[in-house]
Design a protein around this ligand. Structure first.
Ligand code: GLC
Length: 621
């Protein structure tokens, strides 16, 4: 399908899209013969192995790739190489895994999956881009596509060729900890930017050495869940959750089918048309049925109606949530249309149970053959089976890893993602030749806070978490004139006598259910920082790092100017470009900003009124 027709599709209503996308968008059929031929040579054990994905930290022994003929390995958040997070360590581990796969009878390479969701964010020195909520405020699909290209190249520098991105969720309730992984509350904007991300990641074809396989997620309705009646529990680290419910995350989306299609299914036809060949079903449920267990959603709608030709990979241990009995759960999910199981630690058990289910006739061989055929065709399309396929990090791309050219694109993304919400008294933009500028707030000097979750660590973390970035404080210091003094305090003290105070406050990093939050308030120390700065009597520009619209009434009143910066990533110079007027703010809210908690959910077109800031708001150009 040509790019033009692709963009026309994006302009159509999502309802029409559902019927329009009946023809397979990517010509996978040219791989049918080779896939069929390989499939026919495979034993049942080898077929089942292709459907299993283990985690690098969860694997008992890397030789299990051989023993269980594993089709895939992932590194989930926090699953780092034993030798650390350097580019070299990741590339070495990837190569070691492929060496194991090469020793199997058929030598079918593994697919190596990782969450490169805002750059190659597990690897030290990678360029970290704004999270999707910020990209949504750019309204710039070309930029999102370019970001995908760069993320793909930085991934291939380590050898990895499959990312669990883009997240095409359509968050409807800011309490949800994964709101920032969504571009917008508006399904059409999500569809447009999600398709752009897929085009960028998959570039000039899946067999292009600079391309990676995209994975649209989480199908579907992950952003529409109702608050859980249960207590909020600490999600803890990923090996101890077992799918613990913490509030909104992994919950139940309760709505009629028309609403489900209009909001939550809408981004998938465009992602498929853009070429996405893997899709991750959601942990969440629709009207009480787990998406991972829904034959209607996975087979009838996704593979049938939408013509999806790729394969479905489960979320992390998501199959286990279907039934207390793991073997029963496996049978339900595979028969519903799941093709590959993300079973980080219990992959041996999964392998054993699925084989039993086939031998007992619970899972028909035709379903196994369909799943493996789908996986093999994608591997063939990616060139993994080509004679010359080099299963290692690309040295040329390693030279460009974290390059200034890549950082320049990330800086532009930061500029375009910032939304100016308030500007009174002509305080903004700041003067670079002021006598003294006081910078305040722990987030002003903390790359970890600036990048948010999914950065080096699953939950993100505080401090100098990676190399190559610039904090807002560092960016201000680089931007002002030589004669301008820049002072700093974490708590907002010391601003007296300055010409201006720039305060940076925000949410601490979080990911998934750990970010579910019933209050959406900044921590007291953050509020105190703004209060202290305002008490100095100097003009205050507040910059907010957050993964969503939160309750800001208290600090908005104490700020002369106010900028929503979301989680901008490593390139803090982009924030300074806006602060000092080198870039006129163009960002427009991609989420309605609620005035109070009792307004939530409040979204574009829902008829609710009087938000603090409406969808699409943004001062400046
Ligand atoms: C996580 C997330 C999913 C991610 C996967 C692998 O639990 O739900 O978005 O891709 O596991 O890390």
């Amino acid at each position: 399908m040509s790019k033009i027709s692709g963009s026309c599709l994006i302009m159509l209503s999502s309802a029409f899209l559902m019927s329009a996308c009946t023809t397979p968008p990517v010509g996978l059929s040219r791989y049918d013969a080779d896939a069929r031929s390989l499939l026919n040579r495979m034993t049942l054990d080898e077929k089942i192995g292709q459907m299993v994905q283990a985690d690098s930290s969860g694997m008992k022994d890397i030789t299990d790739i051989q023993t269980y003929h594993l089709g895939s390995v992932l590194s989930g958040g926090g699953s780092d190489p034993a030798d650390g997070n350097s580019l070299a360590a990741w590339a070495a581990y990837y190569e070691a895994c492929q060496e194991q796969a090469a020793r199997t009878r058929l030598g079918i390479p593994i697919l190596y999956g990782i969450d490169a969701v805002h750059g190659h964010n597990n690897v030290l020195g990678a360029v970290i881009f704004p999270h999707n909520i910020g990209l949504g405020c750019t309204r710039n699909p070309a930029l999102v596509e370019e970001i995908g290209r760069i993320a793909a190249m930085e991934m291939r520098a380590t050898g990895m060729h499959w990312t669990f991105a883009p997240c095409v969720t359509v968050p409807q309730d800011e309490h949800w900890g994964r709101t920032y992984e969504g571009y917008s509350e508006d399904p059409e904007l999500v569809a447009e930017l999600g398709a752009a991300a897929v085009r960028g990641l998959q570039g000039n074809g899946l067999d292009d050495p600079k391309s990676v396989l995209a994975c649209a997620k989480h199908f579907a309705g992950d952003g529409g869940t109702q608050p859980d009646s249960g207590d909020f529990v600490n999600v803890g680290d990923r090996y101890n959750t077992g799918g613990a419910r913490s509030g909104w995350d992994q919950g139940d989306t309760q709505c009629d089918e028309a609403t489900f299609r209009r909001i939550h299914l809408a981004p998938y036809p465009t992602a498929i048309t853009a070429g996405a060949l893997s899709i991750m079903p959601s942990y969440s449920s629709w009207n009480g049925l787990k998406c991972s267990a829904s034959k209607y959603l996975l087979t009838d709608v996704l593979k049938g109606e939408m013509g999806f030709e790729g394969f479905l990979v489960s979320d992390w241990e998501a199959i286990r949530q279907i039934d207390p009995d793991f073997k029963t759960a496996i049978g339900i999910s595979i028969n519903a249309g799941m093709d590959m199981a993300m079973e980080p630690t219990k992959y041996r058990t999964f392998y054993k149970y699925l084989k039993e289910l086939v031998e007992e006739g619970t899972v028909p061989m035709s379903r196994i053959d369909d799943a493996v055929f789908r996986i093999l065709r994608v591997k063939l399309a990616m060139g993994l089976m080509e004679e010359g396929y080099v299963a290692q990090g690309d040295p040329a791309l390693q030279n460009e890893f974290g390059s200034e050219a890549h950082r320049a694109v990330a800086r532009q993304a930061v500029r375009e993602s910032l939304v100016l919400l308030k500007n009174e008294g002509h305080v903004f933009p700041a003067s670079r030749t002021a006598k003294r500028i006081h910078v305040a707030g722990q987030a002003a000097d903390n790359i970890g806070y600036q990048c948010g979750g999914w950065t080096i660590a699953w939950q993100g973390k505080s401090g100098d978490v990676t190399a190559g970035g610039t904090t807002v404080l560092g960016a201000v210091r680089k931007t002002v004139a030589p004669g301008t003094e820049v002072t700093y305090s974490k708590d907002g003290s010391g601003a007296e006598g300055a010409d201006l105070c720039i305060v940076v406050v925000g949410e601490k990093p979080y990911a998934e259910g750990a970010g579910d939050d019933p209050d959406l308030q900044l921590a007291d120390e953050e509020l105190a920082t703004v209060r202290q700065a305002a008490a100095s009597g100097v003009p205050v520009i507040t910059v907010l790092f957050s993964g969503r619209p939160i309750m800001v009434n208290g600090i908005l009143d104490q700020s002369d100017a106010f900028i929503a910066a979301w989680f901008p990533g490593t390139e803090g110079l982009g924030v300074a470009d806006v602060l000092f007027g080198d870039y006129q703010p163009t960002g427009k809210l991609s989420f309605t900003w609620p005035r109070s908690l009792d307004q939530i959910p409040i979204n574009k077109g829902d008829g609710k009124t009087n938000p603090l800031f409406p969808y699409g708001f943004g001062l400046g150009k």
